[in-house]
Design a protein around this ligand. Structure first.
Ligand code: ATP
Ligand code: MG
Length: 582
């Protein structure tokens, strides 16, 4: 049972103005509502109200993890370099890893994630198949020296993550835990009031092949998603399979056309009076061996970096200088007559159109009607384009929609990457030693807090879902010095507290004008406000304002619980059966 909070003594310094460096709603509002403060770029302190929200999210995560049978531990943030050298990530992780030396000159890092540490932790003690599966988790501060820390808690350099790691004897067991964790992650999003989508994703630094990201839909999100309006398919455009139908430009034979000053796809399409989808875009890069690759994709699409680097290891685009050395003219590149030694790669969707509109490898000229196999040859066909809204759903064939998302969490099947590298084995049923199969599962706890605000705010401030609100109800006495209004407000707080122990109550006992109190209550975003004033009390009523809709109702003091019933609309627990008021 929590105590009543008094605004007069609450350390919640609200701000009238948006901080100059804040670009998005969650950053502005968490700062203005006195919930967080910036200490340095990408490094924040949580003030009491922010801490209350953070703790609620942590507890939701903790409950859901415990419900899956995972066990909570706490590993150190400070990790010895040896473990990272063993896994190979001391080098692979790059400058995002915060490195430091102790007084004896031993190398350490501040953990951005804990695969190495957990694997080393269990490697000599989790020994038998009989102990598997085992899942351990922690809620802890993580460090990543992000190249562009921004958007407040969304992309910070120090942040709170829940990370879980599971150990298995076989693939079925890993799949089972992965499915359980995915389900728990969906429930966590629901309970935090997030509108989210699980999407197919890339595993990035962590490794492994099977992975799902949980995306809170929001325009401020850095991820681009495509999703199908007619089936469950959804994917990060980093990995989404691209199925698109380029258009065929009407031409009977290859014809060279003077296109003076035309160096972009948009200009070319305009010049020819056709759609960009009827042109072919060229990009030139090299792989890690230095081989030059000319890549062709539909004119209305972008090259997907992840996909191309899977086909050509270490692929990077050539600089203008490097391009000059190849003899290919920027702005007029095509597959016809490509200099010897250059690999021609093309997006597989272009296989369907015989005649292409492409550069003529001569400044100021393009070809229309250049024919595959007759006028040029493609060496490598692959899915190389980034999927976009309007492309075709790879599952059901419908047209995809697009959205932006904030990645709040991700689940991975790691396989034996870390157990092999760090020699973590168990003795199997047949007596042989085998490396564990592992899964890992991360929730961005502090990022989730920001994502909730991105989805729940208006021009006046934050609108917390009751499940993660810093408190549920703010009682606002319009005056505090008198012997009626304030004492009634106080009595109301106490009665509510006695009757509904889980209800968290704040009373704005400050000697401030009503306008100041209303503005702060809206800004901080308590889900319910109860305004106590002289006029209402004459009829024994108070005014209940619902923050989310702004709806105000006169409620008799003795039936106040009816007026607050809307608080129960937000899921309070896994079963959703614990009403705050009844
Ligand atoms: P991103 O692609 O956004 O950089 P990530 O995929 O590298 O994130 P993971 O390694 O999957 O992140 O970490 C698990 C979770 O930790 C993420 O889903 C996200 O919610 C959170 N997280 C990661 N980086 C940050 C950060 N810089 N600031 C706040 N939260 C973060
Ligand atoms: Mg991730």
């Amino acid at each position: 049972m929590s105590e009543i909070l008094y605004m007069s003594s609450l350390y919640a310094p609200t701000l009238k103005e948006d901080p100059a460096d804040a670009e998005i709603a969650s950053h502005k509002l968490l700062m203005r509502a006195g919930m967080i403060r910036k200490v340095a770029s990408g490094i924040y302190a949580f003030l009491p109200l922010g801490m209350r929200v953070l703790t609620k999210i942590e507890n939701i995560v903790r409950e859901e993890m415990n419900a899956t049978g995972a066990q909570e531990i706490l590993m150190p943030a400070l990790q010895p370099s040896e473990l990272w050298l063993e896994s190979g990530r001391w080098d692979d992780y790059g400058p995002e890893l915060m490195r430091l030396n102790d007084r004896h000159d031993h190398g350490f890092c501040l953990g951005p994630t804990h695969e190495e540490l957990i694997t080393a932790l269990v490697r000599n003690e989790l020994r038998s198949y009989r102990q598997l599966p085992t899942t351990l988790y922690q809620i802890q501060t993580k460090y990543r020296d992000e190249i562009r820390p921004r958007f407040g808690l969304l992309r910070s350099r120090e942040f709170i993550m829940k990370d879980a790691y599971s150990f298995h004897a076989n693939a079925e067991s890993l799949q089972e835990t992965y499915d359980q964790m995915s389900e728990a992650y969906g429930i966590i999003c629901d309970r935090c009031g997030l509108d989210y989508r699980p999407v197919e994703a890339d595993s990035g630094q962590i490794g492994g092949k099977v992975t799902t990201e949980f995306m809170a839909l929001a325009d401020a999100g850095e991820a681009e998603l495509v999703y199908c309006p007619s089936c469950d398919y959804a994917a990060n455009t980093e990995v989404a399979e691209c199925i698109t139908r380029p258009l065929e430009y009407p031409a009977e034979a290859m014809e060279k056309i003077a296109t003076p000053g035309v160096t972009t796809i948009a200009a070319l399409a305009e010049f020819l009076g056709c759609s960009e989808a009827a042109t072919v875009k060229a990009l030139v890069g090299k792989n890690s061996k230095g081989q030059v690759i000319a890549v062709f994709i539909p004119g209305d699409h972008e090259l997907n970096e992840l996909k191309i680097s899977r086909v050509f290891e270490g692929f990077e685009l050539l600089t203008d200088e490097e391009l000059k050395d190849t003899g290919l003219p920027k702005g007029s590149i095509g597959p016809v007559g490509v200099p010897e030694g250059i690999i021609v790669a093309a997006d597989r969707s272009l296989e369907d159109i015989k005649r292409w509109v492409v550069g003529a490898n001569e400044d100021g000229f393009h070809y229309v009607g250049a024919a595959q196999d007759e006028d040029f040859k493609v060496d490598v066909w692959a899915d190389l384009s980034t999927t976009k809204p309007g492309d075709i759903c790879p599952v059901c064939g419908a047209k995809l929609d697009g959205a932006r998302g904030i990645e709040v969490s991700q689940v991975f099947q790691l396989g034996d990457k870390y157990s092999k590298a760090l020699g973590a084995v168990f003795s199997a049923e047949d007596g042989t030693d085998q490396p564990f199969l592992m899964g890992c599962y991360g929730v961005g706890v502090s990022r989730t807090m920001a994502a909730v605000v991105e989805q729940h705010n208006d021009e006046n401030g934050i609108i917390w879902p009751a499940s993660v609100a810093p408190a549920h109800v703010c009682i606002i006495p319009l005056t505090v010095g008198d012997d009626e209004v304030y004492p009634t407000a106080l009595r109301l707080a106490q009665t509510l507290k006695e009757n509904f122990p889980d209800l968290e109550i704040v009373i704005d006992d400050r000697d401030e004008r009503p306008g100041v109190k209303f503005a702060d209550a809206d800004l901080i975003g308590w889900p319910a406000q109860i305004v106590v004033g002289k006029r209402g009390l004459k009829n024994g009523t108070v005014e209940v304002k619902r923050r989310s809709s702004g709806e105000k109702t006169e409620v008799k003091l003795d039936s106040i619980s009816d007026g607050l019933a809307f608080l129960n609309r937000f899921k309070q627990s896994r079963t959703g059966r614990t009403p705050l008021v009844h």
